[in-house]
Design a protein around this ligand. Structure first.
Ligand SMILES: [Zn+2]
Length: 407
């Protein structure tokens, strides 16, 4: 199949005017100017007309469980207060609510051009009967051990269903010790070892808030007091380590790790990241909408890019942002960091997220998976990557794994 479009954005190369992409099965086999592709390849031509053809978006950090929480929690005075609010909301919801939320989340992701999502799953029991979706989905099993709990039969059946269903669908699964304040050092150690042995990705929240920083660096603050009241063992907060150093102490951080947020990093943390050999470095997910909602400290993007870290973009959940559109996320990032090259923003929302999941996608080049979207081409904008970021139209054409989903 040959796809032709007014503009092709390969991400790994310069945009191609009147471009074409050859798809064979579920794989991209060629890309180039339409005239050259037509001369060298036979097959039906699907002309997408005045549109930009580009890789599908990769949402590298999402919590579909909370899709019903849009605007349910107003920004709070502190991160700890927000945790209190979301915990209260969660107590009022059940498995069917979460199932419905996941279904709605999938629809919204698809509507806005996401073809792959890295989703944190807090309630494995809902996966006994999870809504079907064509999206490539990585289910990261959330792990929390503040209090020792014996899983109910429903939860353990759910976990089994989780691993079974992951085998059957596009995507994969991983482990997600929630964050250093809710997952113990020993839990990180077990996860680290297991994931390395089984070749699984690991996602964790690190250094998200100032309060988390205060908790681990100085054994004080609102989050420290909150966790103490919950009965958490707090001795691990008395080593004056940063949250990142705490994780580093308990885990073999490798290329299979995805660190969400990383808003609170000091210069020593940056030195630590730089000391990891390039091919073994973890990926970092920035969530621009959620970052803005919480009014976190500025994300040290320029420094991290200077270190050549793999930076991806995620939406986080609708409990702390207003949409699951990666176009919105790209816009919030580009508006806040105007020095950024638009092409790099687009790469963060496609190629870099795929790289974090070790997925050969997020780009248009021979050998990559045929996960593609087409959006209207805005001829008034000179920079095609900037026009991609500016897109406010739902995505009417999408291909996942070589299959066209909608016209
Ligand atoms: Zn999160």
């Amino acid at each position: 199949m040959i796809l032709r479009a007014r503009m092709v954005v390969p991400v790994t190369g310069a945009p191609i005017a009147d471009g074409a992409v050859v798809v064979t099965g579920n794989t991209i086999t060629a890309v180039g100017p339409f005239a050259e592709i037509r001369a060298a390849h036979s097959g039906d031509v699907t002309d997408l007309g005045e549109r930009v053809l580009m890789p599908g978006l990769v949402n590298a950090h999402c919590h579909l469980d909370y899709t019903m929480m849009r605007r349910a929690i107003q920004p709070q005075r502190s991160f700890t207060e927000w945790i209190g609010r979301i915990n209260a909301l969660k107590r009022s919801l059940g498995s069917d609510d979460y199932r419905a939320a996941i279904g709605r989340g999938f629809s919204e992701l698809q509507r806005w051009g996401t073809t792959t999502v890295a989703n944190i799953e807090s309630f494995p029991e809902v996966l006994n009967d999870v809504p079907a979706s064509p999206l490539r989905t990585w289910w990261f099993l959330e792990m929390i051990d503040v209090r020792h709990q014996i899983p109910s039969e429903e939860v353990s059946n759910g976990m089994l269903a989780f691993f079974e269903s992951c085998k059957a669908q596009r995507g994969g699964f991983g482990l997600s010790p929630h964050a250093p304040y809710t997952a113990s050092g020993p839990l990180y150690e077990v996860v680290s070892e297991t994931a390395a042995k089984l070749g699984m990705p690991v996602m964790t929240h690190v250094a998200e808030s100032r309060e988390e920083w205060e908790m681990f660096r100085h054994a004080r603050g609102e989050l420290y007091e909150f966790m103490l009241r919950l009965g958490r063992w707090m001795q691990d907060c008395h080593h004056a380590r940063t949250p990142l150093k705490h994780i580093f102490h308990h885990s073999a951080l490798g290329a299979n790790w995805i660190l969400a947020h990383m808003n609170e990093l000091d210069d020593e943390d940056l030195t630590l990241l730089a000391s990891i050999p390039r091919h073994e470095r973890p990926s970092i997910v920035h969530c621009p909408g959620s970052h803005r909602y919480f009014r976190h400290a500025p994300f040290r993007l320029a420094k991290l890019l200077g270190l050549r870290m793999n930076i991806c973009i995620g939406t986080d959940s609708l409990a702390s942002t207003h949409s699951l559109s990666m176009f919105d996320e790209m816009r919030i990032l580009a508006d806040g960091e105007q020095w950024l090259n638009p092409a790099d923003v687009v790469a963060m929302a496609t190629l870099n997220g795929a790289r974090a999941l070790n997925l050969n996608a997020g780009k248009i080049e021979p050998g990559a998976l045929a996960d593609l979207i087409a959006i209207p081409h805005d001829a008034t904008m000179r920079d095609v990557h900037a026009s991609v970021i500016a897109n406010r139209q739902p995505v009417a054409w999408m291909m996942i794994d070589g299959q066209i989903l909608a016209h």
